[in-house]
Design a protein around this ligand. Structure first.
Ligand SMILES: [Mn+2]
Length: 315
């Protein structure tokens, strides 16, 4: 889109100015976090062969390229340009070394108003950060290698739920076209995204369906660490991986799961049919999108209050 061009050019110029670039995204990465990170990484490597480019963050089973993260140390931030994709709230960052970077670019599509960053573009109407990164590469005439195109396509498909969610626009399809023209291959991407599920994962989904409660149009379920460990499922997998099990439930406007971590904190994932609930997530230190958001709470004791606030919101 036309008004993004000015910022894109500023981003390009900033990238040109730096020899060392570190690309990070939010913790508990999903396909869009990895897709936008890998997509930008391989594109910058292709276009700027003399630069040192590092990627960092926690890793999980969504790492579709099995490309491990770099071991980025505190001193690596010295004189480096940091690019933050698919995230702009500090609470979702892995480490706070970002402050040590010389300059920070933020490219995000979450509803957010960060109090840090030097060059910032945030497009909450976009399906995905991958859509934004694609537009950046396209509008600045950078080469998009196939490995980037596939990663960005996976990010777009992931966050838009296969071009099904509200954020899917004509611009999304335009950017999908750009990626397909750059060599993204749908069959390859499908195989990278859709994998057989373990027996334990199937069973934990069954646990969610068996144990949720529905009150005042809010469905909620707690996934205790004992259950996760019994089935060999990580907290991140259980949290993101089972939230959609409660979608399309009759008489339900919003649904939430509380996944107990090993340290007693709990991940909270929230979804809503059409009433924005992100304010509730924010009031517990989290964030995200209007209808799909999350938080981390210090203890499961906060669960009832959380659910009560959601009930208030949707009734
Ligand atoms: Mn995203």
């Amino acid at each position: 889109m036309e008004n993004n061009k000015k910022v894109f050019n500023e981003i390009l110029q900033t990238i040109k100015d730096y020899k060392k670039i570190i690309i990070i995204r939010h913790k508990g990465p999903d396909y869009d976090a990895y897709g936008s990170q890998f997509g930008l990484y391989y594109a910058l490597k292709e276009n700027f062969k003399d630069k040192e480019i590092l990627i960092a963050g926690d890793d999980n089973a969504n790492n579709f390229y099995n490309r491990p993260m770099d071991d980025v140390k505190e001193e690596d931030y010295n004189g480096a340009l940091l690019i933050l994709v698919d995230q702009s709230s500090v609470g979702m960052l892995n480490d706070l070394n970002y402050r040590l970077a010389d300059k920070i670019i933020i490219m995000d599509h979450h509803e957010s108003n960060p109090d840090f960053g030097d060059v910032i573009i945030i497009t909450p109407t976009y399906s995905s950060a991958a859509e934004l990164i694609t537009e950046f590469l396209y509008e600045t005439n950078l080469t998009i290698p196939k490995v980037s195109a596939d990663a960005l396509y996976i990010g777009m498909v992931g966050d838009s739920n296969r071009f099904f969610y509200k954020g899917t626009t004509s611009n999304t399809f335009l950017m999908a076209k750009v990626l397909l023209d750059a060599g993204a291959d749908i069959i390859t991407d499908y195989k990278l995204m859709v994998k057989d599920e373990s027996e334990g994962f199937k069973k934990i989904k069954g646990y969610v369906l068996e144990n949720f409660t529905l009150n005042n149009k809010v469905a909620s379920v707690v996934i205790p660490k004992e259950i996760r460990n019994k089935y060999g499922i990580t907290d991140a997998q259980a949290s993101r991986g089972t939230i959609n099990m409660l979608a399309t439930l009759e008489n339900c406007e919003a649904w939430v799961n509380f996944t107990e971590k090993d340290d007693g904190e709990a991940f909270v994932e929230i979804r809503s049919k059409e009433i924005p609930v992100v304010d509730v997530a924010k009031s517990f230190g989290g964030g995200g999108h209007e209808l799909a958001c999350g938080a981390t709470i210090a203890t499961l004791d906060l669960k009832d209050e959380f659910v009560r606030r959601l009930e208030e919101k949707v009734n």
